[in-house]
Ligand binder design. Structure first.
Ligand code: SF4
Length: 694
């Protein structure tokens, strides 16, 4: 068979949702993977980890058959079992749990291992039909989403392709050089074609900061203080767009007085950015009307993350950049899709009275925290798809304790024997994206991309959809979606959404879903009921019903909120745990080229801190706090701020001497107002491992 080039899409939890071009060498093998040129956002460019996707698809460690635990939970010893027997055991466990504790004691759980509309979220159909506990997927977007909604309203913004018309691009809290290469291509084109300048705000010198014309390094979690001071400069120096403020925002004398009190001197003391720099940045933003603000997740992964996001979104409301070509802000598209997933996700069977548990609090849920369980029954049985919570969720020691419960049944449907799978009673081998049909939301752009099945199944792997349907049959769950193929569900979803058919999608490879928020010169106001941006957010309205989080304690007017986990005498460093370039959470931690590039678990420390703590470059060190201890190797460089330690990437725990991964140190207390994780907001101590110089 001759090799062919086929259109596909990236299934990973990355806003780029790239269109791909895949070289198929045979019905079971792929060769090169490139960026698809058929979609202009991707335009031929993808990241290095997916360019080497053949390593992942054909990895010798992929799971090949269903397995049943024979040893203790977590020790990873299993025996093969047939698919029928495996699905029977899971269905039986769900029935036993439901009979003992009620249907809410079953918690189907999924995360971002695949982002497919059918294959990821189809588990919800089984959940809703059976009355199992709901899952609010907060781990990624928990703090940022309410922060954006608090001011702007809908979760969408200026089309990122408008960067081509921008004179200033501000990347705040993101590192696209490492994690979103497509975005950098658009930014570099604007720099080349119209001399646009790049401002990058982050809490350490990332590769993206290195490329900036205006690099800004601030203390982690202090972004709102910088944003407020930048607005103060614009107001003081007559650079605010008063007409815009009057017509399109709820700005008033009280907001102005408040922001004028947030002076550069005030912010300098909090952020560590000097006053002159703050003034220069404020002037630059105020004077450059074609300023595109591209917001990342990083600065929201903090206990004050929602207020950080809200404060930064206020910048173009003061400068008026929204109504200029190439101006405005963008974080994520979520409200523009207009997809009717009633059948695919079983929304017509959803009972709103069933409890919805916080995905991020899996440790607290599984260890019986009554607050995390919302006062309901314990979780007694789970099916986990695309989720490696033993490694990825915060306070991972607590998660492991929960997964090790002998009275908890866990089935894990996975591609590799992850740390979570090692705790399972039943492990099911999962197909990869090129082995099934699905569609993907482009959270960082405006298209739904199509990833058709290109390959025969690896070994005895099954898709998420097939597992869900197999369980539905055994449990007597009835819904039209269980009798449809993935392809039929895609077709039905497109049809129900007025977006044509799968045949049309196949031809083009994607469907455009333009933003519904007005753009540039066509600006008509914000997508709130009154068309106005809110400097005075209603945080309580953004809470999850029933979660009892004290949102009323959040700032009434845009502000810095001082609730971060401060350094102390016992824990003098602030830990930031951002993504590594060649991993995506724990996906790709199996790929040889990714592992070779990332080398080993590493902690970046400033030379002053290293000298004070007696730590040498490349030395093995321990980071610790009351949640646990984690071993890494020190890298000493002034890319880190004094007082900050940076540990990039989620390495499998076994790659850390001592066997504990970085999320052992991260708190799982919910971020206000709607849950989520403060991954960049932990205070730690650091010490060398005595006698170790490797
Ligand atoms: S940049 Fe993101 S969406 Fe694109 S190929 Fe890489 S992981 Fe996938």
């Amino acid at each position: 068979m001759e090799s062919v080039l086929l259109k596909s899409a990236c299934p990973h939890d990355c806003p780029s949702a790239c269109a791909l071009e895949v070289e198929r060498l045979s019905p079971t093998r792929i060769g090169k993977v490139r960026g698809g040129r058929h979609f202009d956002y991707t335009d031929g460019v993808i990241c290095a980890k997916v360019a080497r996707y053949a390593e992942r698809v054909h990895h010798p460690d992929r799971l090949t058959q269903p397995l049943k635990r024979k040893g203790s939970k977590g020790d990873g010893s299993f025996v093969p079992i047939s698919w029928d027997a495996a699905l029977d055991e899971i269905a039986n466990a769900f029935e036993v749990a439901s009979a003992r504790h009620g249907s809410e004691s079953v918690w189907p759980y999924h995360s971002g291992g695949t982002m497919g509309v059918v294959q990821r979220w189809g588990l919800d159909r089984l959940r809703h039909v059976m009355g199992y506990s709901g899952e609010k997927t907060t781990i990624c977007i928990g703090p940022s989403e309410p922060g954006w909604r608090a001011g702007v309203g809908r979760l969408e913004g200026t089309d990122p392709r408008h960067i081509a018309q921008s004179d200033l691009i501000i990347v705040w809290g993101g590192n696209p050089v490492s994690t979103q290469v497509n975005l950098m291509r658009h930014i570099q084109a604007a720099r080349r074609d119209r001399g646009a300048r790049l401002m990058v705000v982050d809490c350490y010198r990332t590769p993206t900061v290195e490329k900036a014309d205006l690099p800004v390094i601030l203390r982690p979690g202090t972004d709102a203080a910088l944003a407020c001071a930048l607005m103060c400069v614009m107001l003081e120096e007559g650079l605010a767009d008063q007409d815009f403020l009057t017509r399109y925002t709820d700005f008033g004398d009280d907001v102005e007085r408040h922001l004028r009190s947030r002076t550069p001197a005030w912010a300098a003391a909090i952020t560590g950015v000097d006053e002159d720099t703050i003034r220069t940045l404020g002037r630059t933003i105020g004077e450059t009307k074609r300023a595109f603000l591209r917001l990342g997740f990083g600065f929201t992964r903090s206990r004050n993350g929602a207020t950080n996001m809200h404060a930064v979104t206020a910048l173009p409301a003061v400068s008026g950049a929204w109504r200029h070509p190439g101006g405005g802000a963008f974080f994520l598209n979520l409200d523009n899709w207009g997809l009717d997933t009633t059948v695919a996700h079983g929304l017509d069977a959803k009972d709103p009275s069933v409890r919805v548990l916080d995905q991020s609090r899996i440790g607290a849920v599984l260890t019986g925290d009554p607050h995390a369980l919302l006062g309901g029954p314990p979780v007694a049985a789970m099916l986990m798809q695309n989720a490696n919570s033993a490694n990825v969720a915060p306070e991972s020691g607590l998660v492991r304790r929960g997964l090790a419960r002998t009275d908890l049944f866990v089935a894990v449907h996975e591609q590799f024997m992850t740390e979570t799978a090692a705790f399972a009673d039943i492990v099911l081998p999962a197909a990869m994206s090129f082995e099934y049909d699905d569609i993907y939301y482009g959270l960082g752009h405006t298209a739904i991309t199509y990833g058709p099945r290109l390959l025969e199944r690896h070994a005895d792997c099954r898709t998420n959809h097939e597992v869900v349907c197999g369980l539905a049959e055994r449990l007597g769950a009835e819904h039209a979606g269980f009798g449809m193929s993935a392809r039929e569900l895609i077709d039905r979803t497109l049809n129900d959404s007025g977006l044509g058919t799968i045949a049309r999608l196949e031809e083009k490879g994607y469907v455009e879903r333009p933003p519904t928020i007005s753009q540039g010169e066509s600006w008509e106001g914000f997508p709130n009921a009154d068309g106005r941006y809110r400097f005075r957010p209603d945080w309580s309205a953004l809470q999850m019903p029933g979660w009892d989080l004290p949102a009323a304690s959040m700032p009434a007017i845009v502000d810095y909120w001082d609730v971060i986990e401060q350094a102390s005498e016992q824990t003098p460093l602030r830990l930031v745990a951002p993504p590594a370039r060649m991993f995506l959470n724990t996906s790709f931690t199996q790929s040889p080229s990714s592992r070779a590039h990332e080398s080993r678990p590493t902690a970046l420390l400033h030379p002053d801190d290293a000298a004070r703590l007696g730590i040498e470059d490349e030395q093995r060190i321990v980071l610790g706090n009351p949640r646990g201890e984690v071993q890494l190797h020190a890298r000493i460089a002034s890319r880190a701020l004094p007082g900050t330690v940076v540990a990039e990437g989620i390495w499998p725990s076994r790659d850390h001497e001592g066997g504990a991964g970085i999320n052992q140190l991260i708190g799982s207390d919910p971020v206000l107002p709607a849950g989520g994780v403060a991954f960049h907001d932990s205070a730690v101590w650091a010490r060398p491992v005595l006698g170790d110089a490797s």
